[in-house]
Write a protein that binds this ligand. Structure first.
Ligand SMILES: [Zn+2]
Length: 245
C-alpha cells in the first residue's frame, strides 16, 4: 500500500491540470508541497474548497517522488473576511506571490509559516490592509537575510537616531552624507520604515496600522525598489494592486 503523509498548510496558488484536476502549492511548516487535487475544478466537487487560494487546509497526501495526490482533506480556515473584501484579497495576493517566489531564499520555513498565518489573521480583522501588506514586505527582509542598516550611517558610520533611506546604499544616511546622494525617503517616512522592520508582532494594533497608512504611498514604491535592487524580485500582483486601490 502506498504510504500516506499528513500535512497542514496554506494554499498559495493553484494550477489547472488535465480536465478537472488542479495542482495546489501549499506552504507547510517544512516546505512548499505541490499536491494534485482530483475533481478540484468541478463545481459540486468536495475537493473544490480545498484547492482555493488563501485557504488553510489539513489532509493526507500520497508520498511520491514524482507527484503527490490528495486523498482526503478538510478546510481549517476559509479566511472569508479576506475573500469577501476585494482590497484585502488583492493585498494577500501580493503577499502570497512573494512567499511562493522568494521561499527558496528563506532558510527557516517554520518562522515563515507562522509569520504568514499571523499576518493573515490580522488582515482578516483590520481596517488597514495596506499597512499590513507593507509590514509583511518589510519584515520579510529579515527572513530573507536582508538587513538594512538603520542604526548607523552607511557612508560615514556615525551612530544615528534619525536617518534617511538610500536604497542603493542599503540603509540610512546621516544628515551630512544625505547631501551627497539621492534620498529615497524623508526622515518621517524613513522612521516609519524602521518601525515596520523592528516592531514586535504582539505589539501591532489598529492604532499602529492607522499611523502607518498615510505613509503607504511614499513607502510602498521604495519597498518595491528595495526588492528589485537587493533581491532582483518584481511583484506582478502589486502592479494589479496599484491599479485597484
Ligand atoms: Zn554620514
Amino acid at each position: 500500500m502506498q504510504k500516506k503523509v499528513q500535512f497542514t498548510g496554506i494554499v498559495l496558488r493553484n494550477l489547472d491540470y488535465l480536465d478537472s484536476a488542479q495542482i495546489i502549492y501549499v506552504l507547510t511548516k517544512d516546505n512548499i508541497e505541490s499536491i494534485l487535487v482530483r475533481g478540484a475544478k468541478k463545481i459540486e466537487s468536495k475537493t473544490r474548497p480545498l484547492s482555493q487560494i488563501i485557504t488553510k487546509i489539513s489532509g493526507l497526501r500520497t508520498e511520491s517522488k514524482t507527484f503527490s495526490t490528495l486523498t482526503e482533506g478538510v478546510v481549517l480556515n476559509n479566511y472569508n473576511e479576506i475573500k469577501e473584501d476585494f482590497i484585502k484579497t488583492q493585498a494577500v495576493m501580493c503577499i502570497l506571490e512573494k512567499v511562493y517566489n522568494l521561499y527558496p531564499n528563506i532558510s527557516n520555513t517554520e518562522i515563515l509559516y507562522n509569520f504568514l498565518e499571523d499576518v493573515l489573521g490580522m488582515i482578516e480583522k483590520t481596517k488597514y490592509p495596506k499597512s499590513l501588506l507593507l509590514l509583511f514586505e518589510v519584515k520579510l527582509w529579515y527572513l530573507l537575510g536582508i538587513n538594512p542598516n538603520f542604526t548607523s550611517c552607511v557612508e560615514c558610520g556615525n551612530h544615528l537616531e534619525n536617518g534617511v533611506l538610500n536604497v542603493n546604499c542599503g540603509g540610512f544616511l546621516c544628515q551630512n552624507c544625505s547631501t551627497l546622494f539621492d534620498v529615497d525617503l524623508n526622515v518621517n517616512e524613513s522612521t516609519i520604515l524602521k518601525y515596520l522592520y523592528y516592531i514586535k508582532m504582539e505589539k501591532i494594533d489598529e492604532h499602529f496600522l492607522e499611523l502607518v497608512e498615510p505613509f503607504y504611498n511614499q513607502i510602498t514604491h521604495i519597498v518595491d525598489k528595495y526588492y528589485t535592487k537587493h533581491l532582483d524580485f518584481y511583484n506582478k500582483s502589486k502592479e494589479v494592486f496599484y491599479k485597484v486601490i
